[in-house]
Design a protein around this ligand. Structure first.
Ligand code: FAD
Length: 395
């Protein structure tokens, strides 16, 4: 696929946000092109998130990209929290009648790409957007490099779904209304060729740091360890990783199953939010607009939530012009701030982010509180399984 000379909506980035947006626009008869700097194979091989909130799983179904998720995704009706000597299970089904689905982000992206190929949405791989001009006061122009050749695409609107450190960061340099929080901690994550030791996720607050047992299907375990942000991956042999994982996660009848480490990586814990999300005719969606630490499993879900709101704003823009874009940020922000708050709460309750003993004790008390009563557990379950999307895609 070659980039066109003009397209009503240019979407930068073929991650979950960009691909869901292109699908909703397509269903409303609005033409768009998705430009992705990486190759098709690279995009499909990127291991990232894996917990899908119920409203997001339902949305993917409605968009025609949910068949495999329904067949192969693991429905989880609860989650366990370990702290001190206690393990406490929060039952989503019983407290709020909801669930999450464990299904990897790569698979969501693969399903959306298959759908786009079937319906003919143009998705251009190996297409690096190098600059975006004129978006503040008129129709934007997008410069893109494909196979060493530069092309310029004229459009009515550009949507940056380009993740962190994408081209939007350069295009908006010095103009962004960003709030940030750096936690000075990272997650060391491994994907292991072994069956998970339990059917549901286990979050563990340990005196030496947080650990999480998650999974990607019935035969792959995804494990994480909290480490200082200065950690070097080379200092962690497989033996050291397993020793630390067993220390922080084994107990109450659970013993981790070991297997070959297939992938490993470090994810720094940070939060940020762009309070504007819209600059003239440029909209930011997903990680390009905000990030959260992975503790609350909200990044992927928020990215897809933004796409629904952005699609509504684009539809109204086409009827009423630029003033219709003004509501985009306020519509998106309630859900985004809900996710920011929940991710902050989960991160501070479980991690060693506070050096102050008073604060550390307070975080432990917070963890005791959220597991102390049916009401408190229902509140957590509601947030974990997903706040409602801010809008309906077909309204
Ligand atoms: C290592 C890692 C682990 C994570 N783990 C979790 C987790 O456990 N749970 C969770 O909820 N979230 C997790 N996240 C976060 C989650 O994956 C993101 O929130 C999600 O990917 C956001 O989707 P997006 O579509 O906004 O951006 P992305 O998925 O980042 O997609 C952006 C796309 O834009 C492309 N792009 C960038 N610049 C350009 C350019 N100039 N031109 C063209 N294309 C461009 C990129 O190649 C990319 O394909 C993790 C993220 C990372 C990086």
């Amino acid at each position: 696929v070659r980039p066109p000379a003009h397209c009503p909506v240019v979407i930068v980035g073929a991650g979950p946000a960009g691909l869901v947006l292109a699908r909703i626009l397509g269903l409303h008869g609005i033409e768009s092109v998705v430009l992705e700097r990486r190759s098709h194979d690279h995009v499909l091989a990127r291991a990232r998130a894996g917990i899908v909130e119920q409203p997001v799983a339902d949305l993917l179904d409605e968009l025609g990209a949910g068949d495999r998720l329904r067949r192969e995704g693991l429905v989880h009706e609860g989650v366990s929290f370990r702290f001190g000597e206690r393990t406490c299970r929060i039952d989503f089904a019983e407290t709020v009648g909801r669930h999450v689905v464990v299904y990897s982000q790569q698979d969501i992206v693969a399903d959306l790409l298959d759908l786009h190929a079937a319906v003919g949405t143009p998705v251009v791989f190996g297409a690096e957007v190098t600059s975006i001009d004129d978006f503040e006061d008129g129709p934007p122009r997008v410069r893109v490099l494909v196979d060493g050749h530069e092309a310029v695409i004229g459009c009515d609107l550009v949507v940056c779904a380009d993740g962190t450190h994408g081209v939007s960061e350069t295009a908006l340099q010095g103009r962004r209304a960003l709030l940030r929080r750096i936690y000075r901690r990272s997650w060391l994550g491994v994907l292991v060729d072994a069956a998970p030791a339990a059917d549901e996720l286990l979050y563990s607050r340990h005196r030496d740091g947080f650990a999480l047992m998650s999974m990607r299907g019935a035969h792959r375990t995804r494990l994480y360890l909290e480490v200082p942000a200065s950690t070097c991956l080379d200092d962690w042999s497989d033996d050291r990783i397993w020793t630390e994982l067993h220390r922080r996660l084994d107990g109450d009848g659970l013993v981790l199953n070991e297997g070959d480490v297939l992938e490993r990586g470090l994810t720094p814990l940070a939060s940020s939010i762009d309070q504007r999300m819209r600059y003239g005719r440029l909209l930011l969606v997903g990680d390009a607009a905000h990030v959260v630490p992975p503790t609350g499993a909200k990044g992927l879900n928020c990215a897809i939530g933004d796409a629904v709101v952005a699609a509504r704003a684009i539809r109204e823009f086409r009827c009423r012009g630029e003033e219709a874009l003004a509501t985009y940020t306020s519509m998106a922000s309630a859900r985004i701030w809900g996710a920011q708050r929940f991710s902050w709460q989960m991160t501070t309750m479980f991690h060693q982010v506070d050096t102050d003993p008073y604060e550390r004790e307070l975080r432990l008390r917070q963890l005791e509180h959220v597991t102390s009563s049916a009401e408190a557990m229902a509140d957590l379950a509601r947030q974990y399984t997903g706040l409602d999307l801010a809008d309906r895609w077909d309204a």
